[in-house]
Design a protein around this ligand. Structure first.
Ligand code: HEC
Ligand code: HEC
Length: 258
């Protein structure tokens, strides 16, 4: 009798342990608001200090991120980050700092924020599945809110040739009223940082040049925007900055790091 009770207890224990080792099926997804905005901001700073020397944030944004991790538990990112990174000093950060960096990765991919922080802890990470942002491409863009899955202007969203065309247009159409440094000041970031590039397009194409609003072609306005990105030291890429509302809504304007 005692023996069988003990056995039963042992079996229950064993089952529990097996379940723990193999990891539960994730109960949440990255769309379940699993981190906070201030946490992601902290993570961004730590990333800049500890990871930025080797990694561009673009490495963890959009396709690059989803190709590696879509459908997997957040623990996969956690294991690599906390177990093997920074490559020159693995595991040297506090657990919560790794958690904050992963929150920053979620923010880069425009996942929704919530009111509870992402814990810097393997079990919590195992419980969250990475899935592409729910609204990706489907819902029409909401003014002022980056589309789900937005990529950053840091990801190389315009070409050098396009910025050169934009600079020539800028000289002839805008420079009479604006010095280029008007678009690297805090007023400019207050208006546009953290918002989809569509906002900037909307303002410029609706109201500028002030003496003849809307007089230029959409392609000319985006060329000028490419130039403004260059003035802000954002990297160039392979593809030109597009003109469409959906495409521009999917690119997030940011304040450059100096
Ligand atoms: C000394 C250089 C270096 C530093 C610093 C560094 N990494 Fe890495 N990291 C690498 C290399 C090299 C790879 C493998 C190549 C790759 O996937 O880009 C890698 C890969 C990764 C991967 C796997 C990417 C994938 O798609 O499989 C993650 C996640 C990662 N690093 C996160 C971090 C984090 C977080 C930090 C800061 C705490 C960091 N790394 C700091 C060099 C570095
Ligand atoms: C005739 C003068 C004039 C011309 C030409 C002109 N602007 Fe403006 N622009 C203004 C004024 C005035 C404002 C409002 C005050 C300000 O924000 O500097 C403004 C505001 C802006 C803003 C909003 C800035 C913010 O931080 O909210 C942007 C962006 C802008 N202009 C871009 C352009 C571009 C691009 C061109 C060329 C296609 C252009 N402007 C041509 C006079 C002009």
């Amino acid at each position: 009798m005692i023996r069988s009770v003990l056995l039963a207890t042992a079996t229950t224990l064993a089952v529990t342990m097996v379940a723990a080792v193999h990891g539960q099926t994730p109960q949440k997804t990255t769309n379940s608001a699993v981190y906070t905005a201030p946490q992601a901001d902290r993570g961004k700073i730590v990333f800049g200090e500890k990871c930025g020397a080797c990694h561009d944030p673009a490495r963890f944004t959009g396709d690059a991120f989803f190709e590696a991790f879509d459908g997997k538990a957040l623990k996969e990112v956690w294991d690599i980050a906390s177990g093997t990174m920074p490559e020159d000093n693995p595991g040297s950060l506090k657990p919560q700092e790794y958690g904050d960096i992963i929150a920053y990765f979620l923010q880069l991919n425009a996942f929704p924020t919530g009111t509870t922080e992402l814990p810097g802890e393997a079990g919590a990470m195992a419980n969250i599945k990475i899935e592409k942002p729910m609204k990706s491409g489907a819902a029409s863009p909401v003014a002022g809110v980056p589309a789900a899955g937005a990529k950053s202007v840091k990801a190389g969203v315009y070409t050098a040739a396009q910025a050169d065309r934009g600079q020539a247009l800028y000289r002839s159409k805008c420079a009479s009223c604006h010095a280029p440094n008007r678009f690297t000041d805090d007023l400019f970031y207050t208006s546009f940082a953290g918002k989809p590039l569509w906002e900037m397009f909307d303002v410029i194409s609706d109201t500028m040049p002030e003496d003849n609003p809307g007089s230029m072609k959409p392609g000319e306005y985006v060329d000028i925007m490419a130039y403004l990105l260059k003035v802000n030291s954002f990297p160039t890429g392979e593809m030109e900055l597009p003109t469409g509302k959906d495409a521009l809504s999917a690119i997030l304007m940011e304040k450059p790091q100096r």
